[in-house]
Design a protein around this ligand. Structure first.
Ligand code: MFK
Ligand code: FAD
Length: 513
């Protein structure tokens, strides 16, 4: 018991101690909104994050009770109180509703995604269901009939956890998640049944990954035409996970699923262990058609694009948390015969500086896309900005996922043996963060999506014009450094030229120094 005891490190307010965010917001937000947003984010860091940390520390993986004592199949999904508490905190905070109230107009995405970034390391991947809830809201905003807009959108965006809905997304099946053309789930129209929410179908099939299994509704792809048509005979459906769908606040939602949905099993995962990811059987589940028949993939892409930005911001959020721990530790741990704090040691600082640089670059990169999404959703984006967002979304998601785990490993080692201990939580961050390389599109599949995007007229030109303008606006000293960025773009162009077997217009020229 005697002897040296390592002093504990203290993580500060994640917003006010952050090396990047305040400058980023100054650059992106008008001064009229900045003051209010700055005060709100300071409160978020002071009050909400400690609340989340306390809840997160008590989180337990979900359990499934498939049969009751009478031998009846019940499929009762039991999530822990901490998980439900984290969801409620974020709903009360308006993390989803903010994006649809749009108080700060086109800047609402930057504001809301900053909260996502700040909370990611302390919330047990709660943004998995919340991001899909956000995406589902956008789909209903774009494709929903007046009844869906009246009854469902207010639930998805509610700040009251007793009535708020969350939504899941069911795309992936056993024959393929990246390529959904072999989807086995079939939807059959029920001609004599009507619903205010649209044409009624029953769905039969097997969904291989369902992460928001505790949600109220899901957006599902199912086949409505011949399998020979591949993904072009898939339609999009809104599926209730329990019936009746609408309940009053004094009628709590049962944890058991109904609507003829069975939980085959819960997934055994490397990380995201608190998220109730399951395999599901749908045996005649009622569902409502959304959007035009056989255009399901196109109709669900707003969900993909919104959740891909959550994924990018989560990858950056994991680095933020790990770097904040490593930085805090450098202020209490001594080396060199106990004479020097790590924060004053040049060699150690160079390690942290490298991670810091990755964090800065990725934060600016992802928030560039977030700012564009805000503009598009408020109908104030130019056509060029819209095209640029299309290309940037898969790029930021892939880059952030790729660099995040490497950066977190550096932070882990920056605490020495302490970093490898479960108690610091860096191991959990790494395990949770790894999934960003897979869900919502693997990195190679996102690369193919960039190729899909640039093959549409005007997309590459819009991007390159912006690169040129951005580089020309840089001070000449920076321009010289940025030539490496230029080289990268030129390399990409040359690869694309080869892929298309024709030269891709070399719009990028080295700006005059
Ligand atoms: C914590 C934060 C993170 C959030 C986590 C949430 C939990 C995770 C849940 C999941 O992982 S859900 C499953 C996610 N699955 C994927 O991301 C699938 C990855 N695969 C793809 O993205 C494929 O590219 C895709 C399935 C979309 C390919 O399908 P198709 O049918 O072969 O695509 P096709 O025929 O090229 O495109 C159909 C139409 O959609 C085209 O439009 P047109 O009909 O007008 O020509 C495309 O241009 C359009 N499209 C495709 N991708 C698009 C898009 N439009 C806009 N944005 C996109 N990303
Ligand atoms: P595959 O598509 O079989 O990919 C296998 C490998 O092949 C990958 O390396 C991939 O990059 C590569 N590959 C695929 N196509 C190509 C190509 N054309 N060219 C080159 N390489 C290629 N899905 C949902 O629908 N809803 C959910 O809620 C959900 N939650 C998830 C939760 C977790 C924790 C995880 C891990 C996954 C979840 N998924 C969910 C599924 C996820 O979206 C898929 O796993 C992912 O899209 C990849 O699909 P797949 O698993 O079928 O892999």
């Amino acid at each position: 018991e005697e002897g040296f005891q390592p002093p504990p490190y203290i993580e500060g307010n994640p917003y006010t101690t952050d090396p990047v965010l305040q400058d980023l917001l100054k650059r992106l937000l008008p001064s009229t909104s900045l003051e209010e947003i700055d005060a709100d984010l300071t409160r978020f860091g002071d009050v909400i994050i400690p609340k989340c940390r306390a809840l997160s520390a008590r989180a337990e993986p979900p359990k499934i009770i498939q049969y009751n004592q009478w031998g009846q199949r019940v499929d009762d999904l039991q999530t822990c109180e901490a998980w439900r508490g984290l969801k409620a905190v974020m709903q009360e905070e308006g993390v989803i509703s903010n994006f649809y109230e749009r108080k700060y107009g086109a800047h609402s995405r930057v504001y809301g995604y900053t909260k996502v970034l700040l909370a990611t390391g302390d919330t047990q991947v709660i943004f998995c269901p919340l991001s899909m809830t956000d995406g589902c809201t956008r789909v209903l905003e774009l494709l929903g009939n007046p009844e869906l807009k009246r009854d469902i959108i207010p639930r998805l965006t509610s700040r009251d956890p007793t009535i708020a809905f969350t939504a899941g997304q069911w795309m992936t099946e056993r024959p393929g998640g990246s390529d959904v053309s072999q989807t086995e789930t079939v939807a059959t129209a029920i001609p004599n049944v009507t619903s205010p929410y649209g044409p009624v179908y029953t769905i039969n099939g097997f969904k291989w990954f369902s992460s928001a299994t505790d949600s109220d509704v899901a957006l599902a792809l199912a086949r409505t035409g011949p399998i020979s048509a591949g993904s072009r005979s898939l339609s999009l459906f809104l599926v209730p996970l329990r019936r009746p769908l609408l309940r009053t606040p004094d009628e709590p939602t049962p944890s058991a699923l109904s609507n003829n949905i069975r939980i085959h099993r819960l997934k055994s995962k490397i990380g995201t262990k608190i998220v109730p990811t399951a395999e599901l059987e749908l045996n005649g589940s009622e569902a409502y058609l959304l959007g035009p028949l056989n255009q399901g993939v196109k109709c669900i892409t707003p969900v993909l694009n919104i959740t891909r930005l959550y994924s990018a911001i989560s990858s950056v959020g994991y680095i933020r948390k790990a770097l904040s721990i490593a930085t805090a530790y450098s202020k209490v741990r001594t080396v060199s015969s106990g004479k020097q704090l790590l924060k004053d040691n040049a060699l150690h600082v160079s390690v942290l500086a490298k991670v810091n640089l990755t964090y800065r670059a990725l934060t600016h990169f992802t928030f560039g896309a977030a700012a564009l999404l805000g503009k598009v959703e408020c109908n104030v984006a130019t056509e060029e900005e819209e095209l640029r967002l299309r290309m940037l979304t898969p790029a930021v998601k892939a880059f952030a996922a790729h660099y995040s785990s490497m950066a977190m490993e550096e932070c882990m080692a920056a605490l020495g043996g302490m970093g490898y201990m479960e108690e610091t939580g860096i191991g959990r961050l790494i395990d949770d963060g790894l999934v960003e390389k897979v869900w919502e599109g693997t990195i190679p599949v996102l690369s193919l999506d960039i190729v899909r995007a640039v093959s549409k007229a005007g997309v590459l030109e819009a991007y390159l014009k912006w690169v040129n303008e951005t580089l020309s606006a840089c001070p000449s000293t920076l321009q010289a450094k940025n030539t490496s960025a230029l080289l990268l773009v030129q390399q990409a162009l040359s690869l694309l030229s080869k892929a298309y077997k024709q030269p891709v217009s070399p719009l990028v020229t080295r700006p005059a120094l």
